[in-house]
Design a protein around this ligand. Structure first.
Ligand code: SAH
Ligand code: SF4
Length: 346
């Protein structure tokens, strides 16, 4: 059977026993191919200024209600120090697509982190010219994270208005690999108009791009966005529509593990939002990465991509993540936790 049809069948499967078997199989493959360590990436949401108008995201430029911020380099370094103190091996610098942020400014921040701490640095700042990504790589950034959101070109064009003159996300991922970055991507699950077939194509594309990390989370409707408003007012009824549920997300994590056995797969923040802050189910379905927040709650409150529980202090997030690891019988990763290519861990 061709793999796409097989994936499509699994995505439509709703027998709880079969789904449990799928998650267990993915968990075994995870143990064999990437081991029991869970790599922890301290997430620094350092700014919410954004020039784009993605229809799904609360940071879109059109959302005039949201007070905007960008942390100072010192504030970002404080977050990186907290991440290092918690024993996290990586920090992820994530922000809106901020045109007032120069490439040189972010390069200095990256250098500041690399000079002071033994941390890998991932950047997740959207679509920027190739040259900017080259500068950040020269400054020491190790990984780039850019979700392609959906492989369906029509759906993507509808929800992610293009900005002429910028490279596409797929072009950036491919160029990033050439520059020596580890590359990460992912999709939203249950976007209105997303069909099982197109989600099966997303999974095939993960494999084709040979991604080093793959983070997929449920679409969470944000009432302050056009797509969220529409989804809440008229929930999609097409039988081919993928539900934006935890169960579907766990299925996608498990299938991704089977298709890309050595990729780093986070149990995403969006999944934990549906699971009352817990990463446990994700860890049991094939995930081997968690990205705990290290930004102070006063900034987190303004980084409102989608609605969720009030933000916790980084220490509380750390404790809660440690409880999840313990419940899953897993241990925190040591070192940067880069993508393994062949050798399974000892
Ligand atoms: N500006 C950067 C990084 C921040 S957005 C970028 O766009 O790449 C980070 C991710 O949040 C997006 O890639 C998207 O997958 C996710 N996201 C945005 N809105 C969401 C929503 N309503 N539900 C779930 N995830 C969402
Ligand atoms: Fe901006 Fe990223 Fe949100 Fe799009 S997804 S509006 S680029 S922060």
């Amino acid at each position: 059977m061709d793999p796409r049809a097989l994936i499509d069948d699994w995505l439509r499967e709703d027998d709880p026993e079969k789904l449990q078997e799928l998650r267990e199989r993915a968990d075994r493959v995870r143990a064999e191919r990437v081991g029991d360590e869970v790599h922890l990436r301290g997430l620094i949401d350092f700014g919410n200024l954004c020039r784009r108008n993605c229809l799904y995201c609360g940071l879109r430029a059109g959302n005039r209600e949201l007070p905007r911020f960008r942390m100072s380099p010192e504030e970002i370094l404080d977050c990186a120090r907290a991440a290092a103190d918690f024993g996290y091996g990586t920090v992820v610098l994530q922000a809106g697509e901020d045109e007032t942020m120069s490439a040189a400014w972010l390069a200095e921040v990256i250098r500041g982190i690399k000079d002071r701490f033994a941390l890998a640095v991932t950047i997740s700042v959207g679509e920027r010219p190739f040259e900017d990504y080259r500068k950040w790589r020269e400054a020491g950034a190790d990984r780039l994270l850019l979700k392609f959101e959906t492989s369906d070109p029509e759906l993507y064009a509808r929800i992610h208005p293009a900005k002429p003159g910028l490279p596409t996300r797929i072009e950036l991922l491919k160029a990033g690999r050439e520059m020596g970055y580890e590359i990460g991507s992912g999709v939203m699950i249950g976007l209105p108009g997303q069909t099982y077939q197109s989600l099966a194509d997303d999974l095939m594309l993960f494999h084709e791009l040979d991604l080093d990390m793959i983070g997929s989370g449920p679409f969470i409707p944000n009432p302050d966005t056009p797509l969220g408003k529409e989804a809440l007012a008229n929930p999609p009824t097409d039988p081919d529509q993928v539900p934006a549920s935890s169960e579907m997300t766990l299925k996608v994590i498990a299938l991704t593990r089977l298709l890309c056995p050595q990729a780093n797969l986070p149990a995403t923040t969006a999944l934990s939002t549906l699971e009352q802050g817990s990463y446990l189910q994700g860890l049991r379905a094939g995930a081997n990465v968690i990205m705990p927040q290290v930004s102070p709650p006063r900034f987190r409150e303004l980084y409102r991509i989608y609605p969720g529980a009030p933000p916790l202090a980084p220490e509380e997030v750390f404790r809660s993540v440690m409880r999840d690891l313990q419940a899953a019988g897993r241990r925190p990763g040591r070192g940067p936790g880069g993508r393994l290519r062949e050798k399974p861990p000892a």
